[in-house]
Ligand binder design. Structure first.
Ligand SMILES: Cc1ncc(COP(=O)(O)O)c(C=O)c1O
Length: 353
């Protein structure tokens, strides 16, 4: 019987991707060799890396000569320091919308002056604060989707300051004008693929604007010049990410998946709003399509709710410790049936009042 997996990450991927990936671990495309035992410099793997990099740009509508796609290691957390190491020369602007933004700010402060231009910490990050980029900064850094608090940015500024964005938990989930961004990064383990790879999409003109004395492994230009093969890349994660992007393309790309994601989140939020037993954490206008955070209004229903969840085979619904309550992560690969099952359990709980 199916498990409805609402894990925030690492998270679900399409079943067909799991199947194809497990075949490639045993025998890559009938070669008699496992994906895991071939050289990353072999023709077979170079093709995989090239396809992964091309697909990432194609899905975002950024194919052409303006952007480079990189698959790096170290997770999104390494990008917190890498963006600053490469580009923080005088002062950078940061928007503080939650735990991950705070971590990015902490790392950047090791390398230069950081101006936190707005924060929503006063309300436990349940909204996206208004902000103004009033002067020229080296870059403006934001987190498009706050995985822990369940808020999501709906708009991005028009500014001469380059925009850098951590899209770890909503990349490939909705249509945006991605050409507004100068640097996008995302840990793979949500909408992209298995943990181990980090996607970085960088505007080419930034590659010639890196600070001096950046060590090779932390230098975007070094990785770009070597087509993400400066050192051994995370081959499994890159391969499965490539399969997952093929799947997304076949599904109709980002606009098709956005429609599905919108339906799933509307279904859940409407239950949260109508059911008197539940209350959402995030302000309505800033709610995330990927991670819905909510609480039970009455503790005495907790045991019943949790046993009903486990009976319905709903897993990983606990909220992060900094918010408590529940968090339903509804990434691209999650079917509407899983959200429907959760909503049915919530409304059955209401009938017990
Ligand atoms: C928005 C966001 N940024 C950064 C991270 C950290 O990613 P990693 O574990 O790949 O360093 C996460 C992890 O959940 C995240 O959700």
């Amino acid at each position: 019987m199916k498990i409805h997996n609402f894990c925030a990450g690492p998270s679900i991927l399409p079943t067909e991707v799991f199947e194809e990936a497990s075949n490639a671990v045993k025998d890559l495309n009938g070669s008699g060799l496992s994906l895991l035992e071939i050289s990353h410099r072999s023709h077979a793997f170079v093709e995989i890396m090239d396809e992964a990099r091309d697909l990432s740009l194609e899905l975002l509508g950024l194919s052409g000569n303006d952007y480079t796609s990189l698959f790096l290691q170290g997770g999104a957390s390494s990008q917190f320091l890498m963006v600053a190491y490469n580009y923080l020369k005088n002062e950078a602007a940061y928007l503080n919308t939650g735990t991950w933004s705070k971590k990015a700010i902490k790392e950047a402060k090791l390398y230069g002056k950081v101006d936190v231009i707005a924060t929503s910490e006063n309300e436990n990050f349940n909204y996206i604060p208004k902000y103004d980029i009033s002067k020229q900064y080296d870059y403006f850094h934001c987190t498009s989707n706050n995985t822990i608090f369940g808020t999501q940015m709906n708009s991005f500024p028009s500014t001469k300051t380059p925009i850098f964005c951590d899209m770890s938990s909503d990349i490939f989930s909705r249509v945006l004008d991605f050409s507004k961004f100068d640097l996008i990064y995302a840990g793979a383990q949500k909408n992209l693929g298995p943990a181990g790879a980090t996607l970085v999409i960088i505007k080419n003109d930034l590659l010639d604007n890196i600070k001096n004395n950046v060590p090779s492994m932390l230098n975007y230009k070094v990785h770009a010049d070597k087509s993400s093969m400066f050192n051994t890349p995370p081959v499994f994660s890159v391969y499965v990410s490539m399969l997952n992007m093929r799947w997304l393309k076949k599904m109709g790309g980002i606009s098709a998946i956005e429609e599905k994601n919108r339906k799933k989140s509307e279904m859940l939020y409407s239950e949260i709003d109508l059911n008197p037993l539940f209350k959402g954490h995030a302000n309505e206008v800033d709610r995330s399509m990927m991670n819905a955070t909510f609480n039970l209004c009455y503790d005495n229903f907790k045991d019943s709710f949790e046993s009903m969840l486990s009976e319905a085979r709903i897993s990983a619904l606990s909220g992060h410790r900094s918010v408590g309550g529940y968090r339903a992560s509804m990434y691209n690969a999650m079917g509407i049936d899983s959200v429907k099952t959760l909503v049915e359990v919530m409304s059955e709980l209401e009938s017990k009042i």
